[in-house]
Design a protein around this ligand. Structure first.
Ligand SMILES: [Zn+2]
Length: 308
């Protein structure tokens, strides 16, 4: 059809730069929309753009914003890459002489290569709502955790390396020595404005740390201390029964052992099929949003521990 698939990037940088200056300036890239049904990052991109536009004189480095990497997916409300039915975050680093999706992945990696930090913003899926959190492979934790702690997140989930994550954008970039932090927050197909505002303050703080943003006025915002999973256990709570899950605790609640998180109901005969009880004291940081569950469905995750 002779049509071109274009992934658009908006670049912000100080005025009056010469070509040679661009390479030596610190660079932050904000990437989102690899999964076409995850929209929380859209609001963050908007808010970050507005924050920069309000104080262009404070910008001392480069900010690249990629709001829709899986642009066809976002346009068609499709999580995967349409037609190929492929999870786009399983084709990195791609290849420059292969299928369209692989060429696209390869171009994205090439474009991001060499940034001082890449934030890959995700929004869970339509089934689960997540407190704002970073997901960090423990092999990259030493370099990434100090930056992630500035992001104003609730949780740093530091996990062991996994084979199936080797085809993600984050793994491709980190293995090329371009630091990339994955942020998960909110829920698919929705915008949680408070989470976007929370992350915005963190992104501006990271920009100051990297020498990209020189607005000391923002330093008065208190930074929250993210709870790290390094020395605590994460408990996965899976449904034992099938039915309709109705929560009885709120996301972000500090729950105690045996507290009810929710119930699984049977609408046909009016029976409570399961009381879902917390296995420990901890922070409820993942909660089922989509009510239909089957035996085995994930309904909640809890980070063990009581202190902040
Ligand atoms: Zn995602």
């Amino acid at each position: 059809m002779d049509e071109a698939l274009i992934v658009r990037r908006c670049r912000y940088m100080p005025d009056h730069l010469r070509e040679g200056d661009i390479r030596r300036l610190p660079r932050l890239a904000v990437v989102t929309g690899i999964h076409g049904d995850e929209l929380e990052g859209q609001y963050l991109c908007f808010a970050l753009t507005r924050a920069i536009a309000a104080h262009p004189d404070k910008l001392a480095g480069i900010v690249d914003i990629y709001p829709a990497v899986n642009t066809l997916g976002i346009d068609s409300i499709c999580r995967s890459f349409p037609n190929f039915e492929l999870d786009m975050n399983r084709v990195f680093p791609g290849s420059s002489n292969s299928l369209m999706i692989e060429r696209l992945a390869s171009s994205v990696v090439e474009s991001l290569d060499g940034a001082d930090l890449v934030l890959d913003i995700h929004a869970s899926n339509i089934f689960l709502k997540e407190l704002p959190q970073a997901r960090i492979d423990q092999t990259t934790a030493e370099g990434l955790v100090p930056l992630a702690q500035l992001l104003d997140l609730d949780i740093l989930w530091i996990h062991p390396p996994a084979k199936f994550l080797e085809s993600t954008l984050a793994h491709s970039l980190n293995s090329r020595s371009t630091p990339c932090i994955v942020v998960e927050m909110g829920v698919g197909m929705r915008i949680t404005k408070e989470y976007g505002d929370q992350l915005l303050s963190g992104v501006l703080r990271v920009m100051r740390k990297l020498g990209i943003w020189q607005n000391e006025a923002d330093d008065s915002d208190p930074v929250r201390t993210a709870r790290s999973s390094l020395d605590r256990e994460i408990h996965f709570m899976n449904a034992k029964a099938s039915g309709i899950f109705v929560p009885s605790a709120d996301l972000s609640a500090q729950v105690s052992k045996n507290q009810r998180i929710g119930q699984i109901l049977d609408p046909l005969d009016g029976i409570i099929r399961e009381d879902v009880l917390s296995p420990c004291d901890g922070l409820l940081f993942t909660l089922r949003e989509y009510p239909v569950v089957y035996s085995g469905s994930l309904v909640a995750r809890i980070l063990e521990g009581t202190d902040a």
